[in-house]
Ligand binder design. Structure first.
Ligand code: 0PR
Length: 377
């Protein structure tokens, strides 16, 4: 079977190859992989059977909460950023108790907000960005109507890793009595460590008083095995809004505040262990390496004639674009060379993930140069 599987799975990309250069997911940390494999039977859908695992989830949330300036946060390790964003809008809708609901999101918001909108019957209003690709806060204010229940800010956009002006959004939300959710699915495991290293990181988390919940995914920059998303609510009261009592379980009565019922305890144990194992210093070291590669890419790309970067990177995401060449063609040629880049409408996204080696980044830059040269002829 091992041989058959290796043959059948040959066509898949691997992170080890260093060829996946545009993804926000990563090869899980080897330590977390081992832990994960040991606890596959744990199910937090029936937490009464696994109270010790449930306790580790509380501790993991507390650890992540303290990275985000709130060790009183309440929440769950769930399937991913999509589930987290849906849960946040669900909590917002419950707290607003309105018939017609609208949520204001930046134009750069991840498509999971559109999924949430359809599922929850909420109209998603996308507002424009400014010239730094941050949400235009004046446009947010202008978009508020009596049906608005929430505002979303992003700390690490999907396309460019940009952080919205969260303090301003917090003031707007508090003034208007609106729920504020921050999508830090990617940036939540980057920004606290950039701050540790003395970088000037604007407030993006629970330190801003209007923030009610944050999405933060261990399976992106946290290096945890999939599935491991995270939803953190400011306190237990917000989580309670979407909590369901299940009375008949084998483990006794339990409360679910997640979309799924049966859910992986192994994910949670892996996240808890990895947070303890790496500690802040471990993550600091990883982010430092990623940023070194990011600066290399951001320096080298504009040196290639015809190419430029969309904006100075805030975190380990680089947007490559061109005024003279078609980026679709560049992405196509790079793919033919075996590079898995992400293609957005106006740019190609490169993410300097922890598994990437400098050698591979140099090879990528060489191939990029050749592709651009060929297309420019
Ligand atoms: N929020 C942000 C800011 C994201 O970038 C992503 C995923 C999510 C939420 C959703 O996270 P999950 O995939 O864990 O549910 N962005 C990833 C990326 O851009 C993966 C992705 C891409 C997921 C497209 C879904 C999708 O339709 O690589």
């Amino acid at each position: 079977m091992a041989r058959e599987l290796s043959l059948r799975l040959k066509e898949d990309f691997t992170y080890k190859s260093g060829r996946i250069i545009g993804s926000m997911c990563s090869e899980p940390h080897p330590f977390a992989k081992k832990i994960f494999a040991n606890y596959l039977e744990k199910n937090l859908g029936d937490s009464g059977l696994f109270p010790a695992t449930a306790e580790l989830e509380k501790e993991a949330i507390k650890m992540i909460g303290s990275l985000l300036s709130n060790d009183k946060a309440s929440g769950h390790i769930i399937t991913g950023g999509t589930e987290a964003n849906i849960l946040a809008l669900w909590a917002a809708r419950k707290s607003a108790r309105k018939e017609r609901c609208q949520v204001i999101v930046p134009a750069s918001a991840h498509c999971s907000f559109d999924k949430a909108g359809e599922l929850l019957g909420i109209k998603i209003i996308r507002v424009k960005l400014d010239n730094k690709f941050q949400v235009d806060t004046k446009a947010v204010i202008d978009a508020i109507t009596p049906s608005t229940i929430a505002v979303v800010g992003i700390a690490g956009t999907t396309g460019l890793g940009v952080v919205d002006p969260i303090v301003e959004l917090s003031e707007i939300a508090l003034d208007a009595g609106l729920y504020l959710h921050i999508d830090a699915a990617f940036g939540g495991f980057v920004l606290p460590f950039l701050r540790d290293m003395g970088n000037d990181v604007p407030v993006f988390d629970f330190e801003a008083p209007g923030v009610c919940s944050i999405t933060v995914d261990p399976h992106k920059m946290g290096l945890a095995p999939i599935p491991a998303g995270g939803i953190l609510f400011r306190d237990e009261k917000v989580r309670e809004l979407i909590s369901w009592n299940i009375s008949y379980l084998a483990g006794g009565e339990a409360k679910h505040a997640t979309i799924v019922g049966t859910r992986s305890g192994a994910s949670i144990i892996a996240v808890w262990s990895l947070l303890k194992h790496l500690g802040r210093e471990g993550y600091d070291r990883i982010i430092k390496r990623c940023m070194h590669l990011t600066w290399k890419l951001a320096d080298e790309i504009p040196r290639i004639r015809g190419l430029e970067i969309m904006t100075k990177p805030t975190m380990n995401v680089v947007g490559l674009t061109s005024h003279t060449l078609d980026i679709k063609q560049i992405a196509h040629e790079l793919r033919l060379e075996g590079w898995a880049v992400a293609l957005f409408p106006r740019h190609i996204r490169i993410v300097a993930m922890p598994y990437m080696q400098e050698k591979r980044v140099d090879e990528f830059l060489e191939d990029l140069k050749s592709v651009v040269h060929k297309l420019g002829q």
